[in-house]
Design a protein around this ligand. Structure first.
Ligand code: NAP
Length: 242
């Protein structure tokens, strides 16, 4: 039976690329929050290429909606095998301008969503004694970004979460890993052309990543080939952060 993956925030950017890439091997549940049309475009592309998929609207920063997303996936495809916690937001502000609300919203969206989805799928994973969680962090969670203290904090928290949960769940045959992308060409990458050119000079491979270059690593971690990897943080940053 074909396995099933839930990709959060799969309407655009990296999540879209992950959904499209995994569709050759998995039934894909395409989660979105606001971008319904974009999510339907991803769905249609998968169906057109002979894959099986479904969309589901859920704000995964809310536990009940995350639970509804997992329940939908199990009802639609029979089970869930892999959850990719990709949904996230970013914001650039100097530290003195970051309000408590900004901080709370960042943590609820970027970290709360990872907690919510992992918790919501856990009874199914433990029942099967099998499952994979792949979290999308960021190199800024490793080295810190100026003017992105709340974003960097949230992405560091995802790394701590990954390592701790991986240790706890390895005896239950549940694998938890994390990818830390560098600069990726999506809507989130709002730098002007001059800044992008400066960044390219700083990135050893000399270019900004395509979302599919992140999706390739997700595909590997989601596969049976990654059978001895858990608790890892894999940088996909073209040598930007080592
Ligand atoms: P993006 O193009 O802005 O897309 C963000 C996605 O997240 C959208 O599909 C959006 O869905 C979804 N989303 C946001 N809040 C959500 C919520 N509460 N519930 C459900 N979905 C939600 O961003 P991206 O660049 O692809 O980023 C994807 C992930 O990679 C993020 O975790 C980001 O931190 C990480 N990352 C990105 C970069 C980069 O340079 N782009 C680098 C390192 C790490 P809707 O549009 O449907 O609301």
């Amino acid at each position: 039976m074909k396995k099933t993956v839930i990709v959060t925030g799969a309407s655009r950017g990296i999540g879209r690329a992950i959904a499209l890439k995994l569709a050759s091997d998995f039934n894909v549940v395409i989660n979105y929050n606001k971008s319904e049309d974009k999510a339907n475009e991803v769905l249609n592309e998968i169906l057109k290429n002979g894959g099986d998929a479904a969309t589901f609207k859920a704000d995964v920063s809310d536990f009940n909606q995350a639970k509804a997303l997992c329940d939908f996936a199990i009802k639609k495809f029979g089970t869930v095998d892999v959850v990719v916690n990709n949904a996230g937001i970013a914001e650039q502000k100097v530290f003195c301008d970051i309000t408590e609300d900004d901080f709370e919203n960042m943590m609820r969206t970027n970290v709360g969503s990872v907690f919510n989805m992992s918790k919501a799928v856990m009874s199914e994973f433990l029942r099967k004694k099998e499952g994979k969680i792949i979290n999308i962090s960021s190199v800024w969670g490793i080295c810190g970004a100026s003017c992105e203290v709340h974003y960097s904090t949230s992405k560091s928290a995802i790394i701590g979460f990954t390592k701790a949960l991986a240790k706890e769940l390895a005896p239950s045959n549940i694998f938890v890993n994390c990818i830390a992308p560098g600069v990726v060409d999506t809507d989130m990458c709002t730098f002007d052309d001059e800044t992008k050119n400066m960044l390219k000079e700083e990135i050893p491979v000399g270019k900004i990543a395509s979302p599919f270059e992140i999706a390739n690593t997700v595909k590997f971690l989601a596969s049976d080939e990654a059978s001895y990897i858990t608790g890892e943080v894999i940088n996909v940053s073209g040598g930007f952060v080592i």
